[in-house]
Design a protein. Structure first.
Length: 179
């Protein structure tokens, strides 16, 4: 009976994170503090740049997911500079373009996300949070292409820069160098 219970617990553990790798506490703190510090610096600079130019838009919500990849999974191909900057910027451009042709959000949102994914495949800059950028643009009905460059591209580039600095300080290689 005990063997059967252990078997069932082990089988069900998969559904509750049992497939996740073991991560040291030091690495957990490194990733969490890096995300905090990186986003804090990016947001302060972006807010300053937005205020300097009289722009209310200085942040995109998907930046938190991008920060997760850059600071927690810096070795991932989806966390590399071209993926973060190119994927986010492309997705914003696609989302804005879709809005000009499709007024219905229920069609525009999945179209923008799917076209941005298709574009990321073509440009080899797959970055999952970027699909959210396309949705954010459509939901916010952002109609000006400037948004793709500021805040999206500038914030993404600042995040990557902070990732490089923090990773060098903590001896965690980022970005990955091709072998």
């Amino acid at each position: 009976m005990r063997h059967k219970v252990n078997y069932i617990v082990k089988r069900c553990a998969f559904f509750f994170g049992g497939d996740q790798p073991q991560v040291s506490w030091l690495e957990r703190f490194r990733a969490a503090f890096g995300t905090f510090a990186g986003l804090l610096v990016v947001l302060v600079i972006a807010k300053y740049l937005g205020d300097l130019n009289g722009l209310d838009e200085w942040l995109t919500a998907s930046l938190g997911a991008s920060a997760f990849l850059v600071f927690t999974l810096p070795q991932s191909p989806m966390a590399q500079p071209w993926a973060v900057i190119g994927g986010n910027t492309l997705s914003a451009l696609v989302g804005i373009t879709v809005i000009y042709f499709i007024d219905e959000p229920l069609i525009a949102m999945p179209l923008a996300a799917s076209l941005s994914i298709f574009g990321m495949f073509i440009l080899r800059c797959l970055h999952p949070p970027a699909a959210a950028v396309a949705l954010i643009v459509v939901l916010g009905h952002v109609m000006h292409y400037r948004y793709a460059f500021f805040p999206v591209m500038v914030d993404s580039a600042l995040l990557v820069l902070m990732g490089v600095i923090y990773s060098n300080l903590t001896k965690k290689p980022y970005p990955n160098r091709p072998k």
